[in-house]
Design a protein around this ligand. Sequence first.
Ligand code: MN
Length: 202
Amino acid sequence: MYTLPKLPYDVNALEPYIDGRTVEIHHGKHHQTYVNNLNKALEKYPELFEVPLEELLADLTKVPEDIRTAVKNNGGGHYNHSFYWQILKPGNDAKPTPVIGKAIDRDFGSFEEFKKAFTEAALTQFGSGYAWMVVTPENKLKVIKTSNQDSPFGEGKPILVIDVWEHAYYLKYQNRRAEYIEMFFNIINWEQVEKFYLEVTK
Ligand code: MN
């Protein structure tokens, strides 16, 4: 059975950029519901609990048709949120660590260019979804966006994500998604992003 991962920080720790009430509901209610519904969907095929979630999401043909949509949405919801919580950390002046910083300069030209591309993707994701930085099969960094709870694996291996569903920011920012994205850059856990980068480029 899948369980809700504990947050690596207190619910209020991301303030003032993401308020405690938002984190509490986002993690405790939204994320929990994806976990519950994923477990419910897999009950019929308990052998699938043994397959890593990432593997199921990367190739949904491995999932029986009658639960495929449920696994895509709720498995995706669980995976994407688990990823999101990990790449955030309390603070106010997050800066890329050396290895990932160099890779960003190499593939985007500069950090400012990367920030522009990531912000643009997050801002223009129509409706609910995510913007990601992934490492492509050619080991290049790339910014992409996905809808709903779709997975990024078709484009590469994820190392950074921003949730742009309204539930991620509406209480504090209402319709001002651009402001939420700008503030998000203060609380990126670049040590963790670099760790993911090193893992997937090994
Ligand atoms: Mn969310």
